[in-house]
Design a protein around this ligand. Structure first.
Ligand SMILES: C[C@H](O)[C@H](O)[C@@H](O)C(=O)CO
Ligand SMILES: [Mn+2]
Length: 417
């Protein structure tokens, strides 16, 4: 059966449920995903003075072909983008600055160090997002940064975060779409702290100093990312969920929720509406924790579908910023981007093809049998035929055909590294 024929049949099935399939596809085309550049080089970056990865995160695997220069990383991203339908954003970290072989301290990075990224983004019609890199550095060696007891260290990182926000502002001005500059810091303690309050008070003061520099939200949007624990900060993380929820709500900042940053049975899908009642300044790092914050490649699993359902049924697609955050060095890194990003889009399509009004109605009327029945029946609806049609329309390979392009690229490009 042709793709079109299968699509027409699937479409009529969804239409009998009252779903407007064409509107769903039109909407999906407009949803940008912020694709994290650091999957391409195992969060190495291109600083002249290279530092080991720290901050309580880790990348495992040694699949050949990781990007070792900005040109290689951009080329790998281009390859992935050719296989991902739609127009998207690229999420950069400060360690991806290009400084012409000169060592530039993190608190001195400038927009000009990201000129090549901006020119490239213009050529490819991409938005850019940004992150200060508050780890992998001698001044973060003891696992404390913005909450450090030493004022000089705190000041260094405050300056780095301000410099980063100005880079975000530069992206926003140049590209005509506001950059999300997200602050994640690793600060915490391995063992039971004797004082939880003082570091949190210091972090609050440091962040207030970072945000005291006013930047128009037309160009740069500030976000803060919470975490439960990391390697070496198992007992206590200063920037916990409650800390940042309070901070974001009282300061009018975005709260960024990373799906790997909570207790294993705590789901971000269940947190979105809790936040939405108070703010629409919500951002996501979609990841896949396996037993811990392992940052596995995102799969088309129940939690991903539930997150997408929340975004669609709560009318949040135009406000919530969707970003990805995984890093797997045990498989082809370009394929990792393609799998994870296409899965995020598949989940959004699945949610867009769901008759939410009917399901909400069942719930309001207490018809829980009908609610469960419809949710379960939808799982075997011909969703794949609609996804294939979407890929064909968007001129990217459908089904498994994309992998051969990555394999050719691996032979011609990655194997030479
Ligand atoms: C590299 C990222 O900034 C980092 O993964 C952060 O977002 C995080 O999730 C740390 O666990
Ligand atoms: Mn994250």
């Amino acid at each position: 059966m042709t793709v079109i024929k299968a699509y027409e049949m699937a479409k009529s099935m969804y239409e009998t449920l009252g779903v407007d399939v064409e509107a769903a596809l039109e909407k999906l085309k407009t949803i940008p995903i912020s694709i994290h550049c650091w999957q391409g080089d195992d969060i190495g970056g291109f600083e002249v003075q290279q530092n080991e990865l720290s901050g309580g995160i880790d990348v495992t695997g040694n699949y050949p072909g990781k990007a070792t220069t900005p040109e290689e990383l951009r080329s790998d991203l281009e390859m992935a983008l050719r296989l991902i339908p739609g127009k998207h954003r690229i999420n950069l970290h400060a360690i991806y600055a290009e400084t012409d072989g000169q060592h530039v301290e993190r608190n001195e990075i400038k927009p000009e160090h990201f000129r090549n990224w901006v020119e490239w983004a213009k050529q490819h019609n991409l938005g850019l997002d940004f992150n200060p890199t508050v780890f992998s550095h001698s001044k973060a060696a003891d696992g404390l940064t913005l909450a450090h007891p030493d004022e000089e260290i705190r000041q260094f990182w405050i300056e780095h975060c301000i410099a980063s926000r100005k880079i975000g502002e530069y992206f926003g001005k140049e590209l005509g779409t506001p950059s999300l500059t997200n602050i994640w810091i690793p600060d915490g303690y391995k063992d039971v702290p004797s004082d939880r309050l003082t570091p949190r008070e210091r972090l609050k003061r440091s962040l207030d100093q970072v945000f005291a520099v006013e930047i128009d939200e037309k160009y740069n949007i500030d976000a803060v990312e919470s975490k439960l624990f990391g390697l070496g900060s198992e007992s206590y993380v200063v920037g916990s969920h409650e800390f940042y929820m309070g901070y974001a709500l009282t300061r009018g900042k975005y709260l960024l929720m990373d799906t790997g940053h909570y207790h294993p049975t705590e789901m971000v899908s269940n947190k979105i509406s809790g936040m939405q009642v108070f703010t629409d300044k919500i951002a996501l790092h979609v990841s896949r924790p396996v037993r811990w914050d392992s940052d596995h490649v995102v799969t088309f699993d129940d939690e991903l579908k539930e997150i997408a359902n929340e975004l669609v049924r709560n009318d949040a697609l135009d406000t919530i910023r969707i970003g990805l955050d995984f890093f797997d060095a045990s498989i082809n890194r370009v394929a990792a981007w393609v799998i994870g990003t296409r899965n995020m889009q598949k989940a959004l399509l699945y949610a867009l093809l769901t008759p939410h009004a009917e399901l909400k109605n069942y719930q309001e009327k207490g018809q829980f049998t009908e609610r469960l029945m419809l949710m379960e029946e939808l799982k075997s609806y011909p969703f794949g035929a609609i996804w294939d049609y979407f890929c064909q329309e968007m001129q990217v390979p459908r089904g498994m055909a994309w992998l051969q392009h990555v394999q050719e690229y691996e032979r011609s490009e990655l194997a030479r590294r």
